[in-house]
Write a protein that binds this ligand. Structure first.
Ligand code: AFP
Length: 337
């Protein structure tokens, strides 16, 4: 297969009218920033980038050095590009305006600069997740409320996994595509076009240590998977849990599967564990464009009207059949109350 670079792919998609010039330039800027994050993560202990930063973030979590480094790389790269009106990060309470010395654009960028950062020091895959929205017309100083748009209004979404290979997975509403970083050339090269996730799967991902805190429908659903071929599902299921959403989702994008971070008694007051704007919405767009499904266990994630920049939601995503079964058990149980 002739190698197609990300830039070439975006030019072809522009000619096809699938993406406009400003949005494709913004995607290139984000991808370039992620190449710099890949270099930093690859250095590990030799780069002095492991361990705690000694600071905390808006989520009340201790920041890792690489959380701070990745956040700064993305802010700096996107400040001068000219495609953005503002950006928002998991690591910052409020949106970051574009400095007045730089031209402003028509887009809003949200990102989790380093997802799975609790895995950095143990050298397990981590990643960057991003979502791109249109800045409402006439808004020159975007505030948090201007970012609160349903996932269905996303213009583009993507993630980069920093693993054995550095891989970018991207959608702008015309399928989901994968690019692998060619370190020699320094370019992302198209490695899979128009990815389709199988509707059926025998592989699930969930943090089983939370089982005692789950709602009854989740207990029932996972209980049936664990019962295997002798149980009501009549087949055996295998389990995986990396505790880096990007790595768990990339496995699903690669070979199918289903991922859950359900509501449980421990996190009920927060509304969930994972963040809607820069984890759940972008991953849902990517998964749906690859033929999968994504719900909160009760409703389609991308149809939710966001109420806060750092809002958390339950997440069920992946192979359509299993997301539908698990969601049905929750809706059915609610109807029976
Ligand atoms: P960190 O970025 O704090 O490591 O959290 C990772 C994450 O947000 C997501 O990537 C994982 O799926 C999930 O949390 C892991 O949660 P548990 O620690 O409960 O397994």
């Amino acid at each position: 297969m002739k190698s197609i670079s990300l830039i070439q792919f975006l030019i072809e998609e522009r000619r096809a009218g699938h993406v406009n010039a400003e949005l494709s330039l913004l995607i290139e800027v984000v991808a370039r920033a992620c190449k710099r994050i890949a270099v930093a993560t690859n250095k590990g202990a030799l780069g002095g980038v492991l361990g705690e930063a000694g600071t905390g973030n808006i989520q009340g979590e201790a920041q890792k050095k690489l959380d701070v480094i990745s956040n700064e790389i993305l802010l700096e790269a996107n400040a001068w590009g000219g495609q953005l009106a503002a950006c928002a990060s998991e690591e910052m309470e409020d949106p970051q305006p574009i400095p007045d010395m730089y031209p402003k654009g028509h887009h809003l960028l949200l990102f989790d600069p380093l997802d799975g950062s609790s895995n950095i020091d143990v050298n397990i895959s981590v990643g960057t997740i991003f979502s791109i929205l249109r800045c409402p017309d006439g808004v020159t100083e975007p505030k948090a409320e201007h970012f609160l748009q349903p996932g269905t209004t996303q213009l583009a979404a993507g993630y980069v996994v920093y693993g054995p290979a550095t891989v970018l997975v991207l959608t702008f509403g015309h399928g989901t595509h994968e690019f692998t970083l060619d370190r020699e050339v320094g370019s992302f090269i198209l490695s899979r076009r128009d990815i389709r996730i199988p509707e059926e799967t025998a592989e699930f991902a969930i943090n089983m240590s939370n089982q005692r805190h789950w709602e009854a429908p989740m207990q029932r659903y996972i209980g049936e998977l664990l019962a295997g071929k002798d149980g009501p599902r009549g087949k055996d299921f295998n389990m995986r849990w990396v505790a880096s959403m990007v790595a768990d989702v990339h496995r699903i994008i690669t070979r199918g599967g289903v991922f859950f971070y359900p509501l449980d008694a421990k996190i009920k007051s927060k509304g969930g564990k994972l963040r809607l704007m820069y984890e759940a919405n972008p991953m849902s767009f990517i998964i749906e464009q690859a033929g999968g499904a994504a719900t909160t266990g009760r409703e389609r994630i991308m149809a939710l009207q966001p109420t806060g920049l750092h809002q958390r939601v339950p997440v069920f995503l992946g192979s359509k059949k299993e997301v539908e079964v698990a969601t049905h058990y929750h809706v059915e149980a609610d109807a029976a109350v």
